[in-house]
Design a protein around this ligand. Structure first.
Ligand code: BTN
Length: 331
């Protein structure tokens, strides 16, 4: 969903995070004072916090850099621009992944589709969890790509995307980020982001993959109150003096994603596994692995050549796992 032009114009003026008097806003937007008040309320109902202070006016809780399609596209190489067939930025959506999964079902040949959002009302994490997605401060990004081979050829794709995310973060000065098998982006044992890849298609025919990434840039503790695990955002990692541009980071992520997906059929996970191992933040750690209702305690040895988790159980046996949820075991 796109906000109305009136809401977008009001947000555009408030985005700098400074105070704007009611008179100034009403004049600049050509609104009556009551129309302004209505739009302020409507934005608040959409979950955007606006402070109103007598004698000063209105301001957002903090400044926002809204996503901008031409800024992002202009930051992509022309090779990547050519791979993109559609590019939408939603002010609000249920979930960017859900939207592209529906598109791949309705128009199976769709490929190269990018869907971004300022806010998700039903953002989805792995294992049916909610992905907390407040307005305007983090990145919620999905890409739909059609592969000519069946789903089996995509094993390891989500791990390769993890490597792509790290490269984009490093390019923006965000160092020390690791990967937690299978799909988490971690920093100092706290979750910074997550990847959700959803594949559909016949076992032997072409298939579609929706690659979703949620990355925390700035989350307030209120917004994060429903997150059940330790989390971190880029503002905490970089400190308040160092700001990065959401649009530039989003462009770098897309550049890296398209590089991986457009070459994945010929290169497969083999191309990425050494790099993945470099960023593995669980190797040597004592963990509990949750597989369905079973919990296996052990030490992580790493991943095998196909991206499966290698775990040495407490009895000393080495086992490999294709799926599961790992949690650090603190002694
Ligand atoms: C996880 O770690 O559990 C995966 C999180 C994936 C979240 C992203 S946000 C963009 C895309 N849309 C969704 O609903 N989920 C993914």
């Amino acid at each position: 969903m796109q906000f109305s032009e009136k809401k977008q114009a009001l947000l555009g003026l408030l985005a700098d995070g400074g105070f704007h008097s009611g008179t100034e806003l009403a004049e600049q937007l050509n609104f009556s004072r009551s129309a302004l008040w209505k739009q302020v309320n409507a934005l608040e109902e959409l979950g955007i916090e606006i402070l109103a202070v007598n004698g000063k006016g209105y301001r957002l809780k903090s400044a926002l850099e809204l996503l901008n399609k031409s800024t992002i596209i202009n930051n992509l190489t022309s090779a990547t621009q050519q791979l993109i067939s559609a590019f939408d930025i939603h002010d609000q959506i249920d979930s960017t992944n859900t939207s592209l999964v529906a598109l791949s079902r309705d128009v199976p040949e769709s490929t190269g589709v990018v869907c971004l959002a300022e806010q998700q009302t039903a953002g989805r994490g792995r294992r049916g969890r909610e992905w907390v997605s407040p307005f305007g401060s983090n990145l919620y990004c999905s890409v739909l790509w059609r592969f000519q081979d069946g789903p089996a050829s995509l094993s390891g794709l989500s791990l390769a995307i993890g490597v792509a995310v790290i490269k984009a973060l490093n390019a923006h000065g965000i160092q020390g980020v690791g990967l937690k098998w299978p799909n988490d982006i971690y920093w100092q044992q706290k979750k910074l982001g997550g990847i959700l890849v959803e594949v559909s298609g016949e076992s032997n025919g072409p298939c579609s993959a929706v690659i979703g990434l949620g990355l925390n840039l700035h989350l307030s503790s209120d917004e994060a109150s429903n997150i059940e695990q330790d989390w971190v955002d880029i503002s905490q990692i970089l400190g308040s003096d160092h700001k990065i541009s959401r649009n530039d980071l989003q462009a770098s992520l897309l550049e890296q994603f398209f590089h991986v997906i457009s070459h994945y059929t010929e290169q497969s996970f083999a191309q990425y596994r050494d790099e993945w191992r470099l960023y593995d933040c669980m190797q040597g750690q004592s963990v509990n692995l949750f597989v369905g209702k079973q919990v296996v305690a052990g030490t992580v040895l790493g991943i095998n050549d196909d991206g499966l988790l290698l775990l040495q159980t407490q009895e000393g046996k080495v086992q490999c796992y294709a799926s599961g949820e790992v949690s650090f075991r603190r002694s």
